[in-house]
Ligand binder design. Structure first.
Ligand code: SAM
Length: 245
């Protein structure tokens, strides 16, 4: 097998297996903190009832509650997948949690010191309340950050490139009542020059390994949107697990 044919074979996304509930009952799926509709629509395509909920409107027409997740969290769901905000949960800008003096320029609107520490506590509390909401099956998705030290280790790490997307972003899943996601198809990296050799990079990375910044006001949204391969894998694999339960 030469390099080229190997790459072609790897760059295959396995089609989601549509999970059929043999009883004909639809599962009720709540997708918390989702404006994109990606996970919601993947579950609907797999034959389930799904609602996305976010303070923002949905980007794609579909069943969506615009408002606080706690308005709908008690409505009898079989499964909740939650994408809580990570602004104060990642390990970036750790300097801003101190009381100063700050050697960086503090941008307007950036919380620092006690206010930022309080925002982190609230963000952790938000995640804990989601996880302990009483829904029997829960997945919490978040980047690598302080939840591992303040709560517990994630059940698994996933990468977009393991599910067919041309991107690298190591992300944690904390699971209750759900099997680990199984990779569905590797998107091969490119070889980028690095020092005297080469490094593996994906489409969202520069050759030096930095994240490519998408320009414009919607940059955070583009970077926060759930990867399609993850959404499809969640719907096919967790939908099937629910139907078999
Ligand atoms: C990191 S983004 C997740 C985006 C998601 N991956 C997607 O594809 O749409 C976090 C989202 O949580 C939402 N959010 C924050 N607090 C919320 C609350 N109390 N109820 C519902 N949504 C909330 C924010 O509006 C934001 O859109």
């Amino acid at each position: 097998m030469n390099e080229e044919s190997g790459a072609n074979e790897m760059n295959v996304r396995v089609d989601p297996i549509v999970s059929v509930n043999l009883n004909g009952d639809k599962m009720k799926i709540l997708v918390a903190c989702e404006y994109s509709g990606r996970v919601r629509d993947a579950f609907i395509a797999a034959g389930h009832d799904a609602l996305s909920c976010d303070l923002l409107p949905t980007d794609q027409p579909g069943p969506h509650y615009q408002g606080d997740i706690y308005d709908v969290i008690g409505d009898g769901w079989d499964l909740m997948i939650a994408h809580p905000p990570c602004t104060y949960l990642t390990c970036s800008a750790e300097w801003a949690y101190g009381d100063g003096p700050y050697h960086q320029k503090v941008k307007p609107g950036t919380l620092v010191g006690a206010e930022r520490r309080e925002a982190r506590e609230q963000a952790i509390d938000f995640v804990m309340r989601l996880y302990n909401s009483g829904i029997p099956r829960v997945a919490i998705e978040n980047p690598v950050g302080v939840l591992s030290s303040r709560w517990r280790d994630p059940d698994q790490f996933i990468q977009p490139y393991e599910y067919g997307d041309d991107a690298s972003k190591k992300t944690c899943l904390w699971l209750r009542g759900l099997p680990k996601l199984q990779p569905t198809g590797l998107h091969p990296p490119r070889l980028a020059p690095s020092g005297k050799g080469y490094a593996l990079r994906w489409g969202n990375q520069t050759d030096s390994g930095q994240n490519k910044e998408s320009p414009g006001e919607d940059r955070w949204k583009v970077r926060s949107t759930t990867w399609q391969g993850w959404a499809d894998a969640m719907a096919s694999q967790w939908g099937a697990a629910l139907a078999a339960a």
